[in-house]
Design a protein around this ligand. Sequence first.
Ligand code: ATP
Ligand code: MG
Length: 217
Amino acid sequence: MIEIKNLNKEINNKEILTNICFEIYKGDFVSVIGPSGSGKTTLLNILLLIIDKTSGSYNFNGKNIDEIKFDNNEVIKFRQNIGIMSSLSQLLPNINVKQNIMLPATIFEEERSKDYEKLISQLNIKKIQNNSISSLSSGEKQRVLLARALILSPLLLIADEPTANLDNNNALKIGDIMSDLNEENKTTIIIATHDDKISNKTKSILKIENGNLSKEI
Ligand SMILES: Nc1ncnc2c1ncn2[C@@H]1O[C@H](COP(=O)(O)OP(=O)(O)OP(=O)(O)O)[C@@H](O)[C@H]1O
Ligand SMILES: [Mg+2]
């Protein structure tokens, strides 16, 4: 699904990622771990085409990213395949939980009622589906963000620190939900995390230190 070869990223003449190589296959559940400032978010943002690499190659489903990134239609198609949960992801405060989750389906005019019902059961948000965003706890907000990232059944889910600001119990819940999604729905998942409890649930671990990547498992 993803093939990264000899990828480098420089920002302001400073090397942030050095000679990164890895592959991610359909059905993988991978965590990217490493100290603060090691390059996790930078790597995920490159995978998402939010920022550009400096050099190296990136193939997604056999297509060279350099050949699609200047074509808006191709980039939209690429993004429709990927669910994103980033630290910048926000819920819209003026519409309720259900409307927030359905937003991507509304935008792309897709009928997703069946997926919606399945997701809210899996993520245990059925009871709060008609509530306002301001009434939600942190754990509930993260689960709603996760539901919104998944409503279009993406091939790949990319989540940056999905358990940041959550207590142990809620963090474990998110980890378990992601394991289930990976097992049951076969969603390929990549998460950046500081949290050992979460990285221990993933099938493999990529470790970044000072912009250098090594595979742990
Ligand atoms: N736009 C930018 N301008 C300058 N430096 C940047 C920029 N983006 C990232 N960096 C630097 O790149 C390095 C890696 O940052 P990154 O956000 O990828 O780390 P991280 O591993 O996600 O850290 P954290 O665990 O704190 O989220 C840091 O030294 C950061 O200061
Ligand atoms: Mg980060």
